[in-house]
Design a protein. Structure first.
Length: 112
């Protein structure tokens, strides 16, 4: 049997459900230090917008930085006239940084 983590298994299930969606996907990736997010259009196969907290030099904690990343990606999406997205949490559980990012994007005007 292939050695996969629980997150990878959840990711496969989530992506299978999202492939038939007409809305762009808001894909979350988190490493130990940083949080990354991409707005990906499955129809064209291109990244529409991206944001991360790599250049954020503030002393805030990771959850607060993730919320700022969420508001930043929402602003970039609204500039490109994208108001509705499908939230792809990439197999991560919906708490902590992932939830903060989603809350930040919703508060800035994205719908999902």
């Amino acid at each position: 049997m292939k050695n996969t983590t629980l997150r990878e298994r959840r990711h496969v299930k989530i992506r299978a459900k999202m492939r038939n969606n007409d809305k762009p996907r808001l894909i979350v990736f988190k490493s130990i230090r940083y949080t990354y997010v991409q707005l990906f259009d499955d129809k064209t196969g291109r990244v529409v917008a991206a944001s991360s907290d790599i250049k954020d030099s503030s002393k805030a904690n990771k959850v607060d930085k993730a919320k700022a990343v969420g508001t930043d990606i929402a602003k970039k999406a609204l500039e490109k006239n994208i108001t509705e997205v499908a939230f792809d949490r990439n197999g991560y559980k919906y708490h902590g940084r992932v939830k903060a990012l989603a809350d930040g994007a919703r508060s800035a005007g994205l719908k999902f």
